[in-house]
Design a protein around this ligand. Sequence first.
Ligand SMILES: Cc1ncc(COP(=O)(O)O)c(C=O)c1O
Length: 394
Amino acid sequence: MTKNTWNKRTTLVHGGARRSQYGEVSEAIFLTQGFVYDSAEAAEQRFQSLGEDEFIYARYGNPTVAMFEERIALLEGAEDAFATASGMAAVNGALTSCLKAGDRVVAAKALFGSCLYILESILPRYGVEVEFVDGADLAAWEEALKPGATAVFFESMSNPTLEIVDIEGVAKLAHEAGAIVIVDNVFSTPVYSNAIAQGADVVVYSATKHIDGQGRALGGVVLGSREFIRGTVEPYMKHTGGSMSPFTAWIMLKGLETIDLRVRAQTASAKAIAEAVSKHARITKVSYPGLESHTQHALAQRQLGAGGTMVAFEIDGGKEAAFRFCNALQIILISNNLGDAKSIATHPATTTHQRLSPEQRADLGISDGLIRLSVGIEDTDDLVADVLQALDAG
Ligand SMILES: Cc1ncc(COP(=O)(O)O)c(C=O)c1O
C-alpha cells in the first residue's frame, strides 16, 4: 500500500489506482474469477506465498477490489481493508472472524435490524454472550464492561434516531476491559469519520450507502490494522464466500471519487431541512445532530464536525399523519436505502424496524409518527419546499 501524503479529495480520486499495460484513465474492471500462471512452478509458488499485486482467485482477491480496498483504507486512515459483498457481510465478518464460544460482547441496543439479528440471534447460538446497553450512556458501558469483554460493537450514529455514541469515551472503557472496538460507521460516513484516530480498532461500512451513493450495488468493507484484516478477517471471508465482486468494486471506486462532494452537499441540505421542519407546527420532535438543539450537538461537532446527511422527525398524528406526509412528497422517494443521490423518506416503524416489538420500538424512540429522511443531492430549496408542502398537505 502506498504511503499517503495527499489530502482527502486527492486520495479519493487517485488513491490505490493501478494501471494496466494500456494506461487507462478510468480504473479497469478485472472481471475474472481466476489468474493464469506462466508455469506449474509459478502456480506452486503463488499458492505458497502471495506477493504484492499477485492474485489467485477472485474470492481471495482481485486487482479492482484491491484498488477499492486501498483507496478506502487511505481515506479512513486504516492500515488495511477487506471489501465484502454487502454491509452485512462486513458486520458479520468483523464480528464472527474474531469471536469464539465463551467470548462476551457488549453492544449498543440501538442497532439496524440485521446487526441486531447477528448479535441477538446468531452469536448466542455459538456460545457468545451478548449484553446490550444504552449506547449514549458511558456509565452503562462502564458497568457492562466490568466483567471484561472480547469486543464492543455499536453504530456511531444510530439508525433511525441519529443518536451519537462517543467513540473516544467507549473505546477508552473497552480497551481498559481488554475488548476490541468495532464501529459500524455507516451514518457517520467515511467523509466525516475520524474513528480510528478516536480509538476504534475496526470500522465497518455498508458501501451500499454513501460510498456507492447512487443506489446501484450492495457492498461493504471492514477496515483495521493489517494484522486484523489479513490475519483474522481475510481468512474467514475468503473461505466463507463473502468477498466483493470486481464489478461492485469498480462501482464503489467511482463512488469514492465523488463522495466528498456529494456528502457535503447532502449535509448542507439536511441542515436546511432540519431547520425548516423545526419551525413547522405539525412537527413534535426533530433529531439532527447538526442542530444546536440536538442533545448531543457538541459531541457530534467533536466527533464528526458535521451533522451528516440524515434527518429524523416526528409528525403529530402518528402513523396516519406520517403516511399522509410520505404520500404527498413529490420529489423525495418513499424507499429504505440511505446515502443516495436521490432523497429518500422512510417510515421506520412499518418498514426497517417493523420486526421489533412495539416495546422495543418505544424504548428506542421509534414512534409511529417518526420519519427518517436520507437527504440527496437535489437542489436544497426544492427539497425544503417538498418537505414543507407535504407537511402542509397532511
Ligand atoms: C447501520 C447499518 N449497518 C449495516 C447495514 C447493512 O448494509 P447492507 O444493506 O449493505 O448489507 C445497513 C443497511 O441499511 C445499515 O443501515
